[in-house]
Design a protein around this ligand. Structure first.
Ligand code: GMT
Length: 374
């Protein structure tokens, strides 16, 4: 198949999933065309079946806001027509699903019928998308996609709750490439903590929705019981506030801000505990990545997280903002070696249920169905 993948190229989960999906499909012999505004961050190595088409937005003094969607739509039309794509798979509804709808109409006029698969990821529905300034366009584009998938049951429910659509939504959970997650790499660990110190880790795009201040507050509570270091991976708008809070709570010297890390599995390998304190999370790919690295997860119980992290098995869950419980659960794992070993094994075992090999056929089935009924 020749598949066009439209996604955000950045460190967000939707871009990561889209890129890993494209790479896996390319490895199976399909031809993949990424269409986005810069090279996806996880698209590092060269592959003969992978092509990247950059969407370059032109500046003009009249535009206060450059019309990205228009350029993106034109690029989709161009690539579909000249590369002979069989389908377009768009990740994150805004603005990819509506741009794809328009591209489909333009291609129809040219006698080309191309199916559109839309994958909903989270904030495109739960945070940004449901805003009245987006809602009519998102409802329309969901309704008129040839197939729609969501990354969790929770996101599927949220979509029906917030949007006017009766379109069938198929849940295809996010997946993980397990091969990348190797056993503990102890030599690098020493760069971050002493042998006697525990390593607490959080990975995110540092947006408000992640509630990283709760991570810092949990860490401060832990630090009064055990020797530990906090490693914060990622970057984004909240970083400056988080740094400020670390200084205010006097944990800055025990905290390392790593910034954006391309191969996150290399640092997850030496974590003892992963914290995910989000206000909302439609899946929680970061938690799954930690679990693949055999790291127990203490998280909030919001959105799709309970579909990934299992309470008292792969870690613990608590209500959003319940720093007290999350600190108590974390301490339980970090001070009980037997429990920790068991949870590490459970976390890895659970992650194996989301392996690429198990999830990829579900996407292939969707592709085959839309192509058959076009
Ligand atoms: O807001 C983010 O965390 C980024 C966002 C994205 O689209 O890149 O993440 C969403 O998609 C991920 C991949 O499917 C999910 O794992 C995240 O849970 C989801 N984020 C939220 O729902 C907040």
């Amino acid at each position: 198949m020749k598949i066009g993948i439209v996604c955000y190229p950045t460190y967000g989960g939707s871009g990561v999933v889209a890129t890993e999906l494209g790479k896996a499909l390319a490895a199976q012999g399909h031809q993949i065309h990424f269409i986005t505004y810069s090279q996806p961050v996880r698209l590092i190595e060269y592959h003969a079946n992978i092509f990247f088409h950059e969407v370059v937005v032109s500046e003009y003094p009249l535009f206060q806001y450059e019309p990205y969607e228009v350029t993106l739509t034109s690029k989709m039309v161009d690539v579909a027509e000249h590369e002979g794509l069989d389908l377009l798979h768009v990740h994150y509804a805004i603005p990819h699903a509506s741009a794809a709808y328009l591209a489909k109409q333009i291609l129809k006029e040219k006698g080309i019928n191309i199916p559109i698969v839309t994958t909903l990821h989270g904030t495109d529905i739960t945070l940004v998308g449901k805003d009245p300034s987006f809602e009519p366009v998102i409802s329309f584009s969901i309704q008129h996609s040839d197939a729609v998938t969501a990354v969790s049951e929770s996101l599927k429910r949220d979509t029906y709750k917030h949007f006017k659509t009766n379109k069938e939504i198929k849940v295809i959970p996010n997946f993980i490439c397990l091969d990348k997650y190797k056993p503990l790499n102890n030599c690098s660990r020493g760069a971050f903590a002493k042998e006697s110190e525990k390593i607490i880790m959080h990975v995110s795009n540092f947006r408000k929705v992640k509630r990283i201040e709760d991570v810092v507050r949990i860490f401060r509570k832990l630090r009064s019981h055990i020797n530990a270091k906090l490693i914060l991976v990622g970057d984004g708008p909240e970083r400056i506030n988080v740094e400020h809070l670390c200084r205010e709570l006097e944990v800055y010297n025990d905290t390392r801000f790593l910034g954006k890390v391309k191969n996150v599995e290399e640092v997850l390998a030496f974590a003892d505990l992963f914290l995910l304190t989000s206000e909302h999370e439609s899946f929680g790919l970061a938690a799954l990545e930690a679990m693949a690295a055999s790291v127990p997860v203490v998280s909030t119980n919001t959105g799709g997280i309970p579909e990934v992290n299992i309470h008292a098995k792969t870690g613990y869950l608590a209500n959003v903002g319940d720093v007290e419980s999350m600190a108590k659960f974390s301490l339980e794992i970090l001070t009980n070696d037997e429990l920790c070993v068991q949870m590490r094994a459970n976390a890895r075992q659970r992650a194996e249920e989301f392996s690429l090999e198990k999830i990829l056929p579900a996407y292939m089935k969707v592709y085959e169905e839309v192509i058959k009924s076009k």
